[in-house]
Design a protein around this ligand. Structure first.
Ligand code: F6P
Ligand code: MG
Length: 478
């Protein structure tokens, strides 16, 4: 239930895996150590402090092993069932070293190992080492958040009170307008993914803000190399036309903060337009790839919107140090954000917006394994009209992070989730890793030849930075 095509490996100097293992992961661990240090200052309990110190030393040990290319060691038992799976796979891989190990497994192992350090304590069990970073980047997305909140409010208000969209006078025009908005919302969701924190080691906040505005989005349309959004819209619109009562859309979430915010914008729009009757969100169960959504991140976002003025006026220690002062929101900005809070918390309370965690999403293997290892989740996803997989890691997992020829059809590269699976898959992915499939002949070569594209170095550098994207669909039919 894994593909025969070999996977990307940290030993390959032309792969982003190589740079990741040697440069990015040590930085991520250092930031984690720093975060625990900071939290430890604010703890009064002796035991907690002591545990905090032990955590720092365990994290430092892990960083040492990584940087000195030691073997990956079995994860300590922390009472969770998935540890045995991780360790079994480690053994099957022949106890590899950090600099010569499949990229996908080793990166998942890294985050699972970190989480086991916390899970084995008394006082830090559910501590999220990345929570601080997640909330602070959400805050720094303020201009884009306000722009979207105001548009969302006017679109949704028209849909709910007048059952139309501005400018649409006939039923046909309404469907056309719904389609345009659907595509726009999906593209917002797509580019919201370009701003994940695990890449922040080389992006500044200014870069991020530039990526989030509506102008930037229009300019980026030409960077979507394959775009199946028309097909996806047809699926939802057909189901609606047929008068099907229960129509579910699933979103396999990626990052918290701004990306989760835009995912909720899409979710709310689908519900308000009647393109779906329920949205199921799939978060992670442990702190994951720095910025991924945990159930608590959903709660924190909703809380921030409930009282946006307090949220934006509270300064972090860093901001205080930098001498920054808070700029208050205007009355209409507060209203727009509270409208979102009202809308989303109502859907949540009424069961139309559901959070459904599963440890499958934080396993070490690819989604090729879903039907075998998590049959009940597989059956559940078949019930959905459309399962949207957000982001780069989900795409790597769909394609098993294997070194496919870039012209391999998407439906082939996703193996058991492809034709005949009964699952309608839509991947919204900005490219931040080597794997890419479904491209027209010659496209990879064309982009490689552009500046920074990798040229004839053998590396597909263009696919590493989040500048390019693919939106690909498989309808699951035999
Ligand atoms: O390529 C960098 C990287 O951190 C990968 O390791 C990982 O697949 C991805 O980015 C995470 O990005 P996303 O949040 O889009 O899944
Ligand atoms: Mg992520």
């Amino acid at each position: 239930y894994d593909p025969k095509t070999p996977q990307y490996n940290t030993s390959d100097p032309t792969s982003f895996a190589y740079v990741s293992a040697r440069e990015r992961w040590p930085i991520i661990l250092t930031q984690g150590i720093d975060d625990v240090h900071r939290s430890n200052y604010t703890r009064n309990d002796e035991e907690e402090l002591k545990e905090g110190k032990a955590i720092v030393s365990d994290l430092a040990k892990l960083k040492y092993e990584l940087q000195h290319n030691r073997e990956l060691t079995p994860i300590d038992d922390d009472g969770e069932g998935d540890v045995a799976e991780y360790n079994k796979e480690l053994q099957a891989l022949g106890n590899p070293q950090w600099h010569n190990v499949p990229w996908l497994y080793s990166e998942c192992y890294l985050y699972r190992r970190v989480s086991s350090i916390f899970k084995r304590t008394q006082h830090w069990k559910s501590y999220d080492i990345f929570a601080r970073q997640k909330m602070s980047t959400f805050k720094s997305s303020r201009p884009a958040v306000l722009e979207l909140a105001s548009r969302y409010k006017s679109i949704v208000t028209d849909l709910e009170s007048k059952h139309t969209i501005k400018g649409a006078n006939t039923q046909e025009e309404l469907v056309e307008a719904e389609k345009i908005l659907f595509k726009e919302m999906c593209e917002i969701c797509l580019w919201g993914n370009a701003t994940d924190l695990s890449l922040l080691t080389n992006l500044t906040y200014e870069d991020i803000q530039k990526l989030q505005g509506s102008e930037a989005r229009k300019a980026s349309e030409k960077n979507i190399l394959v775009n199946d959004l028309d097909k996806a819209f047809s699926v939802l619109s057909e189901a609606q036309k047929q008068g099907k009562k229960e129509r579910r859309v699933d979103i396999v979430l990626d990052n918290a903060g701004f990306e989760l915010f835009v995912d909720l914008i899409l979710a709310g729009y689908l519900l308000a337009a009647g393109l779906a009757t329920t949205i199921v969100l799939h978060p992670k169960s442990i702190p994951w790839f720095v910025s991924d959504v945990l159930p608590n991140d959903f709660g924190a976002l909703i809380q921030a919107l409930a009282d946006p003025q307090s949220f934006y006026s509270a300064l972090s220690d860093d901001e205080k140090h930098a001498g920054k002062s808070a700029v208050p929101l205007s009355t209409s900005e507060v209203e727009d954000l509270q409208f979102l809070f009202g809308h989303w918390s109502r859907f949540h309370a009424e069961g139309q917006l559901v959070l459904r965690p599963n440890t499958f999403w934080t396993a070490g293997g690819s989604f090729w394994r879903l039907p075998k290892t998590e049959p009940s989740l597989y059956e559940d996803l078949k019930e959905s009209e459309l399962v949207i997989f957000k982001g780069d890691l989900n795409y790597r997992k769909l394609t098993a992070d294997a070194a496919w020829a870039p012209t391999t059809p998407f439906t082939e590269a996703i193996g058991p989730l492809g034709p005949g699976s009964g699952v309608r898959v839509l991947a919204l992915r900005t490219c931040k890793a080597d794997v890419v499939v479904g491209l027209p002949e010659g496209e990879d070569e064309r982009i490689k030849a552009t500046e920074g594209g990798g040229g004839d170095s053998g590396a597909r550098k263009w696919a590493w930075s989040g500048k390019w994207a693919v939106v690909q669909m498989s309808d699951g039919k035999a």
